[in-house]
Design a protein around this ligand. Structure first.
Ligand SMILES: Nc1nc2c(c(=O)[nH]1)N[C@H]1C(S)=C(S)[C@@H](COP(=O)(O)O)O[C@H]1N2
Ligand SMILES: [Mo]
Length: 299
């Protein structure tokens, strides 16, 4: 089997002429650093990112409705400036941080990641963001903290989907501390070198590429360092279908569908389904986090 892609850059996936165009676009967009991240894998299978159009028109963001087109239609109703994120719990420097303060001094990198929704579709997305561990190090994680809990903005008058009680708002997610500290885990502030579109979770959202998409919580307003495993939205809705871990795993099916294959969004009507990769192709990097764990039990 071909070596799996871990982290890609435009130089890996785009023919040179396109690459130059992209570079120009990115340069115009400001502080985006290009280039491979040392020590991570390279593309070997010609993966190409989905188009900006695909990534911003086919979304899950239930605060704006359950349809895939709803976020593109309605997420512009969400005000994203000013924006602050409360960091609390077991940290040395708790507080309410303005977005600019959070990102100040962080190197915004380009990270081209596979993205696999639990619904068995996938994309490849060129995110811009920084490692969550950089932020956690800065606020000072205290010894008792074992998990990180995240919350999305809950502002009903700007989020028409929250009239439906399908989720006990705000949308919540969580990671084990070692998952949160993993270098692949980023807070993304943009894609394709542009500020994060509202429908993708402006102005700042989590991206955990080896887990099902619902772990990658959007439009974050609160990050809490806690001792106990936090409640998470999809797990609260259907605990037998959506576990806390939700690592991409082709060998553990969803109770109602197979997870062995996936449909690549934008592949066209007749494109073959692709095999789903263990940990979404990031096995070399993250398998160590789960050594000795029964991944069928801790799904
Ligand atoms: N707040 C919030 N975050 C969310 C969701 C949501 O409904 N609300 N949907 C999740 C799901 S199921 C997926 S697949 C991804 C989709 O991200 P994208 O629209 O940027 O591709 O966002 C995740 N984060
Ligand atoms: Mo999803």
């Amino acid at each position: 089997m071909a070596k799996k892609t871990r982290n890609l850059t435009w130089a890996d996936v785009t023919p040179e002429t396109h690459f130059l165009n992209r570079r120009q676009i990115l340069a115009g967009a400001g502080a985006v650093s290009l280039g491979a991240i040392a020590g991570r894998g390279r593309a070997t299978e010609g993966l190409e990112p989905n188009s900006f159009e695909d990534i911003t028109s086919y979304n899950n963001f239930y605060e704006f409705g359950t349809g895939k087109e709803d976020p593109a239609r309605y997420a512009h109703e969400m005000t994203t400036a000013p924006w602050s994120v409360t960091i609390d719990g077991m940290v040395d420097k708790p507080g309410s941080y303005d977005l600019a303060a959070l990102t100040d001094g962080m190197t915004i990198e380009e990270r081209i990641y596979r993205f696999r929704c639990v619904e068995a579709w996938s994309m490849v997305i060129p995110w811009n963001g920084f490692e969550l561990r950089g932020l956690l190090d800065r606020v000072g994680v205290q010894p008792g903290a074992k998990y990180v809990a995240f919350e999305t903005l809950y502002r009903p008058d700007e989020m028409r989907g929250t009239r439906s009680r399908i989720i006990d708002w705000p949308y919540r997610e969580g990671l084990r501390l070692d998952e949160a500290m993993h270098p692949l885990t980023i807070l993304a502030t943009g894609l394709y070198g542009k500020p994060m579109p509202n429908q993708n979770g402006a102005p700042i959202r989590l991206v955990v590429p080896w887990k099902y998409g619902f772990k990658s919580i959007k439009s974050i307003v609160r990050i809490s360092l806690v001792a106990e495993q936090p409640e998470t939205s999809w797990n609260m809705i259907a605990p037998n279908e959506y576990g806390f871990y939700s690592n991409v795993n082709p060998a553990v099916d969803h109770p109602r569908w197979s997870q062995a294959t996936e449909r690549r969004v934008g592949g066209g009507l007749f494109a073959a389904r692709q095999d789903t990769l263990m940990f979404n192709g990031y096995e070399d990097e993250v398998a160590g986090l789960y050594e000795g764990m029964d991944l069928k039990r801790f799904y």
